[in-house]
Design a protein around this ligand. Structure first.
Ligand code: GCV
Length: 604
């Protein structure tokens, strides 16, 4: 079994009967490396996830002792700094799996589901324990196992499938991992009720009874996750109710059991007429939720994607995350590389999250969630280096102050025995990988020039005349959308400092220029190049760097089987980058009729 950053840890025991609680696991893990006399564990339940390390004693809450043990082992194995005490910034540090019960994974790039096949729970306990260990080792504590698009038979997770859910919860308990399930707002209809209206007493009773049944089977369930009125999912709008009324309905059912209701804010018009420039999709979440601030119950958490669109390579931080003063919020990021290379192209995410945290004031959040990049492939992540994203996500949600380099370099040290120069080379390329991908795919903040639906490879007009609200509006003279007050007004959703940052094309950061502004191709950029030249140059550079990346990875002595997988993917990435370069440059060249100042080949 592939161990990735736990590669220096011995496999978990097959017989897990003696390991029922996190403290048992902590003891077992530590005793693989230290004589039992060299450490002691002390549980202070009120410490929760926090721990203190003093001399040879780890003191912590029931889960804290386990996190303390892993912190110590990260230090021993990879040289990570050893804190005297530590507590996570957020109580909920969540992985959201988009797994369907037929075994497929929506936007999954690492094989089929780890939990389901053929409409049933089908899994290897040892594999899932390894997943639990990976989560616990980086401090992650909630696992939502099913897709937010809840397809049958997953609706049965609150009903006939409860015994299976309960068995799975038992399996993850020693790792301090609590389960969560995605539920569908219209579930009362499945149960035979005539409505799912949140203000209907029968619907309220149904949810209350359902929650009671669920918590009898899984007393420590973290709660429910809901995608409502989004991309065709049912929701309160059907009944003329607000999302506060919808979310509170479920939250009140969960409250007696200490459960949270995580409500996603991915609501926008996905049937837009592209000719109608008055609708601007990035405005949608703020417009829907900001007026409801203060109306959500205490155990509701609004889960908000990091940017206003949908996990593009670069977006500004979602203004909704900056504007809710009286509502619990979770940041949602995507480990699955849906738009960012699908775990074929190398794409290290820690720098991206750091940017978001920098604009966000991390203390405004109460939770962080990531869409999973896991699957049934031997290495769990498809691309062995994509594991670094899962690892870094855990460490950064524990402590958003940690530097991206530190997480990636620790991941490298734990995962591979490489000489110092190979470690440095790998770190450098991993840290640059997002920028490389961005150069060959997304000109200056535009995004969405990707192949519709599959979301791999270029198609500059693929989404342009479609329903999804993701337009670049490139013409023969100009490209981008004016989102200032003079344009769609999106920029006015931000606090003044961010408005000032993006307001003027002359001072707006280059990498988001075309997100906020519509500019002619002969617009002169800060470095003196024209916009069109910058688009050409970035695409040539990005493809050249993808070729260099392939060579650099080939020179690193990765162990097998990782080496073969890494090199196969690096080759695909190079070809993908060449394709993007040619398709995007040709698109803009044909539209603008402007030559490349350096006379390189752009296909007619
Ligand atoms: C789970 C995007 C993806 C969908 C996903 C959706 C969401 O639209 O393409 O696959 O659905 O986001 O986040 O709900």
């Amino acid at each position: 079994m592939n161990q990735n950053w736990l590669s220096k840890f011995p496999p978990l025991p097959e017989d897990f009967s003696g390991i029922g609680q996190p403290i048992d696991l902590a003891r077992w893990e530590l005793s693989r490396f230290l004589p039992e006399s060299a450490f002691s564990l002390k549980v202070e339940p009120e410490m929760g996830d926090a721990f203190l390390l003093s001399g040879s004693t780890i003191t912590g809450g029931e889960t804290g002792v386990l996190y303390g043990a892993y912190a110590l082992l990260r230090h021993l194995q990879g040289g990570a700094p050893l804190p005297a005490s530590s507590r996570p910034r957020y109580p909920l540090r969540m992985i959201n799996c988009w797994d369907n019960m037929d075994g497929s994974v929506e936007r999954g790039y690492a094989g089929r589901s780890l939990f389901f096949e053929g409409g049933q729970f089908v899994y290897h306990p040892a594999r899932l324990r390894h997943l639990g260990r990976m989560m616990a080792s980086v401090g992650l504590n909630v696992l939502c196992i099913n897709n937010v698009n809840v397809h049958e038979p997953a609706q049965g997770l609150l009903d006939e499938l409860l015994p299976d859910l309960s068995a799975l919860a038992d399996l993850f308990r020693p790792f301090g991992v609590r389960l969560m399930v995605s539920v569908d707002f219209s579930m009362p209809l499945r149960a035979g009720l005539a409505t799912a209206d949140p203000l209907d007493g029968r619907v309220q009773t149904w949810w209350a009874q359902t929650a009671a049944r669920v918590y009898r089977e899984v007393p420590d369930l973290a709660g429910f996750l809901v995608k409502a009125d989004s991309e065709g999912r049912p929701g309160p709008f059907t009944y003329g109710r607000s999302h506060a009324e919808g979310a509170n309905l479920l939250a009140r059912a969960l409250k007696p059991f200490g459960g949270v209701l995580v409500w996603r804010c991915f609501v926008y018009n996905c049937r837009q007429d592209w000719r109608d420039a008055s609708v601007d999709r990035p405005k949608a979440a703020f417009d829907t939720y900001q007026p409801l601030d203060g109306q959500f119950d205490e155990n509701v958490i609004l889960q908000i994607k990091n940017g206003p669109f949908d996990f593009q390579v670069r977006e500004p931080v979602s203004p909704l995350l900056l504007s809710m003063e009286k509502t619990n919020m979770a940041l949602e990021v995507q480990l699955a590389q849906e738009y960012t290379g699908q775990q074929i192209d190398l794409y290290t995410m820690a720098p991206l999250w750091k940017e978001i945290f920098a604009d966000l004031e991390p203390d405004r959040l109460s939770a962080v969630a990531a869409v999973s990049n896991l699957g049934r492939d031997d290495n769990f992540f498809g691309h062995p280096l994509a594991a670094a994203n899962f690892f870094a996500f855990g460490l950064l949600t524990w402590n958003p102050e940690i530097s991206p380099e530190e997480t990636v370099s620790l991941w490298i040290a734990l995962t591979y025995d490489l000489d110092a120069s190979s470690r440095q080379t790998l770190l450098r390329w991993m840290m640059n990988s997002r920028r490389i991908y961005e150069k060959y795919t997304a000109p200056l903040g535009l995004g969405w020039m990707i192949t519709p639906h599959s979301h791999y490879g270029p198609n500059p007009s693929g989404y342009e005349y479609d329903l999804w609200g993701t337009y670049h509006r490139a013409s023969h003279t100009a490209v981008g959308i004016d989102r200032t007050a003079a344009g769609t007004g999106y920029l006015t959703q931000y606090p003044p400092e961010l408005q000032a940052r993006y307001q003027n094309a002359s001072s707006c950061p280059d990498l988001l220029l075309l997100f906020f502004h519509r500019l002619p191709y002969d617009f002169v950029m800060k470095d003196g190049r024209t916009l069109i030249q910058r688009i050409y140059d970035d695409h040539f550079e990005g493809a050249a760097e993808a070729a260099e990346l392939e060579k650099a990875l080939a020179a690193i002595p990765f162990p097998e089987p990782d080496r073969t997988v890494i090199l196969e993917r690096a080759e695909k990435q190079r070809l993908n980058a060449e394709n993007w370069r040619d398709v995007i440059n040709t698109f803009f060249h044909r539209l603008s009729d402007l030559p490349d100042a350096r006379g390189r080949t752009i296909y007619p």
